[in-house]
Design a protein around this ligand. Structure first.
Ligand code: SF4
Length: 392
């Protein structure tokens, strides 16, 4: 009989990360290879989308996050101006080159003009797919906001019922809410590890683990997160001499992996807004009562902040300062995707406020297509060294 090898947490984490990375890079599953319980795939654009409604309709929600820096642009450039951000251009390219042909539909949001216009490109070029704009309110402080969102969610529910020929029952929605509540709780734990013991989980690992939900059923993702968290907590790594920074500006288009590696090499990124749409609801959605109302109310009352939503209770400066305080960060790294108007607006407000508050910060710009990171690496290294010097 062979002796059983001791359980190795590092290997376990490696396996989970490999699975997450493979999911990130895999093409969409064909209709006959869909995960059990799903009849199709529903594409949705960042930032926030109520995945529970698609899940309860038997459509696997697929967050379309652009094409990364390996995608060859052959079609989108002829249809979109060169001043449009990379994620919109590469999402259109993925549609036009057939990579998203397996979607039953695509839902975008009026977070900015570029994102809103994706719906028009979709309906003209892919009439066989359901093409929708989900109008989430930019201003959530009006008394009718919850009622309005609930009506939008009901409209989406009805569209998905029409597309799938299947009724979305309240009980199915409540079951999906329960699943996503559990998943979001684990994501919050992941970020708690980043804040409390950042040497145990890098920004890039955390981003990979989070992003995997965009390509697999929530149930499978939750199981992976559980395994990852257990392995991370047992990791025998020691703290290094690195400054603690908060990284903001990655709420929609995702910074290239190499950029995150550069940050990890030099700093502990103790909080960020990467993939914030997947973590949008910051506390459990009520699991009883009207599920659509519960989701709508959570959007208004229990949600994160980002440059694409205006909530008088969460000023741009206020939520960045709260992130810095709660993560006990020494400094901020402010980024924005090239040509991202909402991101650049907030970057300006953030930098002005940090100047006034005397908090050190570094400004970086990124785009999907970036291939050279030497200059950025030098900037981050110099910034991290100056922070360590100041903190010594
Ligand atoms: S990256 Fe900015 S400009 Fe581009 S779609 Fe997202 S919010 Fe709009």
């Amino acid at each position: 009989m062979t002796a059983q090898l001791p359980y190795d947490h590092e290997t376990e984490l490696e396996h989970v990360l490999e699975r997450c990375n493979a999911a990130r890079q895999a093409p969409l599953p064909a209709k006959d290879a869909l995960p059990e319980g799903f009849s199709g795939l529903l594409g949705h654009f960042p930032v926030y989308f109520p995945e529970e409604i698609a899940h309860a309709a038997g459509l696997l929600p697929v967050n379309v996050l652009g094409g990364g820096n390996r995608l060859e642009m052959k079609h989108a450039d002829a249809r979109m101006g060169s001043f449009v951000c990379s994620i919109c251009r590469s999402t259109a390219e993925l549609g036009l080159n057939g990579s998203l042909a397996g979607l039953a539909g695509f839902v975008t949001h009026p977070i900015c003009d570029a994102a809103k216009h994706l719906a028009g490109i979709w309906s003209r070029n892919f009439p066989e797919q359901l093409s929708q704009i989900l109008y989430l309110p930019q201003n959530v402080n009006t008394p009718g906001a919850v009622r309005y969102i609930a009506a939008e969610y009901q409209r989406l529910r009805a569209e998905l019922e029409k597309a799938t020929g299947r009724r979305v029952e309240d009980e199915a929605l409540r079951a999906s809410i329960r699943l996503y509540n559990h998943n979001r709780a684990l994501l919050r734990e992941l970020y708690a590890v980043r804040r409390d013991e950042p040497w145990k989980l890098s920004c890039i690992e955390s981003s990979l683990l989070t992003r995997a939900r965009t390509r697999m059923p929530c149930e499978e993702h939750t199981a992976l997160l559980g395994r990852a968290l257990d392995a991370v907590r047992h990791r025998a790594l020691r703290a290094q001499d690195k400054p603690r920074v908060v990284f903001v500006g990655g709420f929609c288009e995702q910074p290239p992996v190499e950029m995150l590696e550069t940050l990890d090499d030099n700093c502990y990124v103790v909080d960020d807004d990467l993939l914030i749409g997947l973590r949008w609801l910051s506390a459990d959605v009520p699991e009883t009562g009207d599920p659509i109302w519960a989701l709508a109310e959570s959007y208004v009352e229990r949600s994160a902040a980002s440059p694409v939503q205006h909530d008088a209770r969460k000023s741009k400066e206020g939520y960045l300062m709260a992130m810095l305080r709660e993560a006990r960060a020494d400094a901020a790294i402010l980024t924005a995707a090239k040509f991202c108007e909402p991101g650049l607006d907030d970057q300006l407000a953030w930098s002005k406020h940090l100047d006034e508050a005397g908090i050190p910060y570094l400004v970086l710009e990124f785009e999907e297509k970036m291939t050279s990171f030497e200059q950025m690496a030098m900037q981050v290294e110099t910034f991290a060294e100056s922070l360590l010097f100041a903190l010594a």
